[in-house]
Design a protein. Structure first.
Length: 413
């Protein structure tokens, strides 16, 4: 294809160049996703499946590949939405099942009609496959209409376990991973689309310019204890308004709010949560970090690395149908462990991220201190470091402590 493109006349060369670029994106977007195994398993047991997640995280691509026989309907075009609202029964009658109904948050009234059809033939499995980009409106419909009838999953952008092309600088959105040279344009367009569509669909925000400044300010607070008063002051908004804005970013899959670990090991604990972005590429864009040199010299490197580790943990667990179960530990005497993952059955993973290629035993000090006061749990202490794609096999760092590269973290959990 490239040879043909180079020998073609200029207009045709542009078309072929675009097609070549698009095929690269399609190949990356059709990369196997870890969630596909869980989705196929659920399709054998539930009449309906629902996959939510941030816009452009690959939901439709995953489901079209996993269920190639399903009828695909995009519930986004105005004429399609109008048909649904005018005659929902007739609309569903015309669809051959299994059916993939995309962007269900635009037509939540369909949930009641789909529930009726499921109840009419409860023995049929995997007949209704639904997606939505805005989790809160979609989940309201599920709670009211689909309880017990649908398996619910969340798909985030690519993890490092799914493709080595994920990076801290570019993150894991499929189209950015496929074409990193176009990342700046893509993220700029993504932010604009997100503000104009998802944000306004969730809440009637009038001042989008202030909301945009809010997202950039939030990126500069990655990995920090969430202080709403401190965030609200420079924006000139109230704390209740800022709380609403944080909720919007969380329910649309842009940020992670990590609570403190809930068990008290005889210590006075910090009670405020910590804040992270789901995708480090978006955080870098908001921080105006455009290349690896700028990233390595940035004062935000440590926070962004911590953000990448948090995202990898959450992606690993969600893709296996598990709760996030991600916490941090900090007491008022200064003992801090960045991440505590509840593995179930009285087992905890204690994780300390370090943005270095060379992990040292001294980096495990806080892990050892916390492990020593946890008497009723079995602990797996890990120092997670910034190993390259070909590095990072697990190695002993201190007695009972292992070091692992952030790209290989999923295999250690």
């Amino acid at each position: 294809m490239l040879e043909t493109a180079l020998s073609a006349p200029p207009p045709r060369r542009k078309v072929l160049s675009f097609l070549n670029w698009w095929f690269r994106i399609l190949n990356m977007r059709y990369h196997d996703r870890a969630l596909s195994t869980e989705i196929l398993k659920a399709a054998r047991h539930f009449p309906a499946l629902i996959v939510t997640g941030p816009r452009r995280s690959g939901k439709t691509t995953l489901l079209r590949k996993t269920f190639p026989q399903a009828t695909h309907v995009l519930l986004e075009d105005p004429d399609v939405v109008a048909r649904v609202r005018a005659d929902p029964r007739g609309f569903l009658d015309a669809i051959r099942t299994p059916a993939l109904l995309d962007e269900m948050q635009n037509t939540p009234e369909l949930f009641n009609y789909i529930r009726t059809r499921i109840d009419r033939t409860p023995e049929q499995r995997g007949q209704w496959i639904l997606t939505g980009s805005q989790e809160a409106p979609l989940m309201r419909g599920v709670t009211e209409s689909m309880a017990g009838r649908a398996a619910i999953y969340q798909l985030l952008p690519f993890s490092a376990a799914e493709t080595p092309k994920v990076s801290i600088l570019r993150g894991g959105f499929p189209e950015v991973v496929a074409m990193p040279s176009a990342a700046d344009v893509w993220f700029r367009s993504y932010v604009q689309t997100y503000l104009e569509r998802d944000v306004r669909a969730v809440s009637a925000i009038r001042d989008l310019s202030t909301f945009r400044r809010f997202t950039a300010l939030l990126a500069s607070r990655c990995g920090q204890i969430l202080n709403k008063t401190d965030l609200a002051a420079p924006l000139g908004v109230s704390v209740p308004t800022l709380t609403q804005w944080l909720s919007i970013l969380e329910i649309t899959g842009q940020i992670l709010i990590v609570p403190p670990f809930y068990e008290n090991f005889g210590k006075r604990l910090i009670k405020s949560p910590k804040l992270y972005f789901v995708d480090t590429g978006l955080a870098c864009h908001l921080l105006n970090i455009r290349d690896e040199e700028s990233l390595r010299g940035s004062p935000f490197l440590g926070a962004l690395f911590e953000c990448a580790v948090a995202s990898e943990i959450v992606k690993h667990r969600l893709c296996r149908g598990l709760d996030r179960a991600l916490y941090f530990f900090r007491d008022q005497q200064g003992l801090e462990v960045d991440f505590v993952v509840d593995l179930g059955n009285k087992r905890l993973a204690l994780i300390e991220p370090k943005a270095t290629r060379t992990p040292m035993p001294a980096m495990a000090k806080s892990l050892l201190s916390l492990a020593s006061v946890i008497g009723n749990h079995k602990t797996t202490p890990l120092v997670v470091h910034d190993a390259g794609p070909q590095e990072g096999s697990r190695m002993a760092l201190a007695p009972g402590i292992e070091a692992v590269g952030w790209r290989q973290l999923a295999g250690a959990l």
